[in-house]
Design a protein around this ligand. Structure first.
Ligand SMILES: [Zn+2]
Ligand SMILES: [Zn+2]
Length: 145
């Protein structure tokens, strides 16, 4: 039986094409949130949640800006409904931030070196080869890595 949609929300054309993927990601998100965090560091238990949030925004961003497969109306609908983070997408449009993992990592506070997060440092400038940033588990999101 099809799900009954609330009459308040008007779904733009094309919604049915992206709905399954978005719902799949939301289900994963719930799973990650309910995951018992046994034995994991607290910050680590948040990594999957950041990762999925990133995936959702990236999916919608790609569909609209790169693949041009969804209308502006549908794109804006997704932002309005919280399926994508418009602050993060706004950053992806800037040079050097095309692959930014999350907004926390570009803030200059909260970091050991008072610069941005280690995951924002390009690979060839990093001392450690393998990194995992404490905020979201990012393994490097500088452009060109
Ligand atoms: Zn990062
Ligand atoms: Zn980071």
């Amino acid at each position: 039986m099809p799900k009954i949609k609330t009459s308040r929300v008007k779904y733009p054309e094309g919604w049915e094409l992206i709905e399954p993927t978005l719902h799949e990601l939301e289900a994963k998100m719930r799973e990650a949130e309910n995951d018992p965090h046994d034995g994991k560091r607290k910050c680590e238990s948040l990594w999957p949640i950041f990762k999925i949030a990133h995936q959702k925004s990236r999916y919608i961003y790609d569909l609209y800006y790169r693949r041009k497969e969804i209308s502006k109306e549908l794109y804006e609908f997704c932002l309005d409904q919280g399926y994508a983070d418009h602050n993060l997408i706004a950053k992806w449009k800037k040079p050097g931030y095309e692959r930014l993992c999350c907004l926390q990592c570009m803030q200059t506070r909260d970091h050991n070196f008072t610069t941005t997060c280690v995951c924002r440092v390009p690979k060839h400038l990093r001392e450690e080869r393998v990194i995992e940033c404490v905020h979201c588990g990012c393994k490097g999101c500088a452009s060109g890595d």
